[in-house]
Design a protein around this ligand. Structure first.
Ligand code: NDP
Length: 261
């Protein structure tokens, strides 16, 4: 990163789920590196506000795209490229998480999580890849999870989706190895965002434990005994997108305080 303070100047980065949480931190980091940034999500109002808040950092726009809708992805990505040029960096960050015992994981919960966290990333990558190949440079970074690298109780659907996302990352990295496009994943541990707030509220409601106890349960697996900050995940994503990271592909990098080694 040393030398060029804005190594992504002239590039267009699109971050799915970029209106809040980890995605918003990644979008800010991409702007800091000089990229023009499109953030997508389902909530147009939130995206406009978030893009407005980021405007001081560089060129940012919000476009409503539901990653469950293949048509909306194609048209939303085309609209994004009209303003900021071909997409050179795609961060597949949009995702949902819901815990349930295996016996209570009904087909609708299973399908919701697989469709958003795995099929959504597949569709977005298919939409963005042709421009990267045409331009002769690209970065795909998938925001997976430590749940993509190991099993976790009450998370069969989420673990399956995130393991699948890592599988897609590895397969596509090999397929594209001879091209100047890298494909990697970052795997956060529990991170300070709405998803974790909902998880804590869920534990409190289901077990009667205090918020503090529920939080302690979540950070117990992290040797640093704390939640990860969205900015720490964003730093790892940014590093993978640097021009000098071109030899790094097919990797799944845990940003989890040593939770997995
Ligand atoms: P948040 O709930 O804060 O943000 C989720 C983002 O995904 C929102 O911007 C939301 O936008 C977007 N999103 C959800 N569903 C859709 C959809 N169908 N179409 C388009 N956008 C969608 O969560 P985080 O920031 O924590 O999560 C970001 C990613 O990080 C997820 O993939 C998650 O699995 C992963 N992760 C999170 C961890 C954590 O502990 N927080 C740990 C490990 C991984 P909108 O609501 O506007 O549609």
């Amino acid at each position: 990163m040393m030398g060029d303070a804005r190594p992504l100047a002239g590039r267009h980065a699109l971050v799915t789920g970029g209106g809040r949480g980890i995605g918003a931190a990644i979008a800010r980091q991409m702007l800091a590196l000089g990229a023009a940034v499109t953030i997508t999500g389902r909530d147009a109002g939130r995206l406009d506000k978030a893009a407005g808040d980021m405007a001081g950092l560089g060129r940012a726009q919000g476009i409503a795209v539901d990653v469950n809708d293949a048509q909306a992805i194609q048209s939303g990505f085309a609209q994004a490229a009209q303003t900021f040029g071909p997409i050179a960096v795609l961060v597949n960050n949009a995702g949902i998480a819901k815990a349930a015992p295996f016996a209570k994981t009904d087909l609708s919960l299973w399908n919701d999580i697989l469709r958003t966290d795995l099929t959504g990333a597949f569709l977005c990558t298919q939409a963005a890849l042709p421009d990267m190949l045409k331009a002769g440079w690209g970065r795909v970074v998938n925001v997976a999870s430590t749940a993509g690298l190991t099993g976790m109780a009450y998370c069969a659907a989420y673990c399956a989706a995130k393991h699948g996302l890592i599988g897609m990352t590895r397969a596509l990295a090999v397929e594209l190895a001879a091209k100047p496009v890298t494909v990697n994943a970052v795997c956060p541990g529990y991170t300070e965002t709405d998803i974790v707030e909902e998880t804590i509220a869920n534990i409190v409601a289901k077990t009667g434990r205090t918020r503090q106890d529920a939080l302690a349960q979540l950070v117990a697996a992290n040797p640093q005994q704390r939640l990860i900050k969205p900015e720490e995940v964003a730093e790892a994503v940014a590093w993978l997108c640097l021009p000098g990271s071109s030899a790094i592909t097919g990797q799944s990098i845990a940003v989890a305080g040593g939770e997995l080694m």
